[in-house]
Design a protein around this ligand. Sequence first.
Ligand SMILES: C[S@@+](CC[C@H](N)C(=O)[O-])C[C@H]1O[C@@H](n2cnc3c(N)ncnc32)[C@H](O)[C@@H]1O
Length: 281
Amino acid sequence: MTGCGSGGAGGAAEGKARFDDIYDSPDPRAYFLRLAPLEYEIPQHAQPVFRQAAAERAALDDGRPGAPVVLDVCCSYGINAALLNHDVTLTDLYQRYTSRAAQAMSTAELIAWDRKFYAERRRPDAVPVYGLDVAAPAAQYALEVGLLDAAFTDNLEQHPPGPRLSRALADLGLITLTGGGSYITERTFAALLDGARRPVWVSAFVLRTVSYAPVVRALAERGLHTTVDPSRTYPQRRFTDDREQRYAITAVRALGGDPTGREDTGRFHCVRYDSRPGGRN
Ligand SMILES: C[S@@+](CC[C@H](N)C(=O)[O-])C[C@H]1O[C@@H](n2cnc3c(N)ncnc32)[C@H](O)[C@@H]1O
């Protein structure tokens, strides 16, 4: 598996650094320690966007009982759920998980510490969040500390949803995505949409090094219209080295993008895609 924002989809990210080891840990300390020097920041850019989308989706009366659920795809340790439903910033999380106090704890102690931390910072407008990630320990951690209401590890790139996820899709109202646009393809989105029973919106931050066009097409086939402002980009993280930067610049150009002022200044950049039924955005 390749690193944050890099990916496996169609070998699209072969020039990228790999961080396989930090995805499958029992807690997020290695993740934050490794990504801090690279200033991985895309979940912070997504926070206000996901909060607004979740609030608007929750306000939509779709005629079904119960609150629509947010499904964070490629949820990892529940970072987007933390930022969505709690009064915390990504900077707070970097400080917390790289702190001496955190480093000295066992995973069980960290989980207890985090449960209290997030409970104390829970926002009054918190919405239900499910997480989907093939990294079971990461998703399990997010569940145990209370960031997720349910966690799923189905790999929808390879298999249809299992019975538990299939049942859960009845609640789905909004899909969110950061850092995973190159791991998952239209297969995952199609499986989620095909199992949904309520109107589903999608809000996704995707690297400019990969094409989201197949996802846009799959969503359109299911009645969702996608909007994007390609002139508005969001930095994801610093490149690990010159070789990775050369890869990104080549990949962006191959997709018709211009790396000037963006990738050529040393960081991966994303664009934001919003998909909603019937062309409303
Ligand atoms: C770069 S991390 C992003 C984590 C988080 N969303 C963030 O922005 O901090 C990518 C995640 O995608 C997950 N992943 C890879 N392939 C997947 C798949 N087929 N389905 C679901 N998750 C997948 C990895 O396990 C990893 O946790």
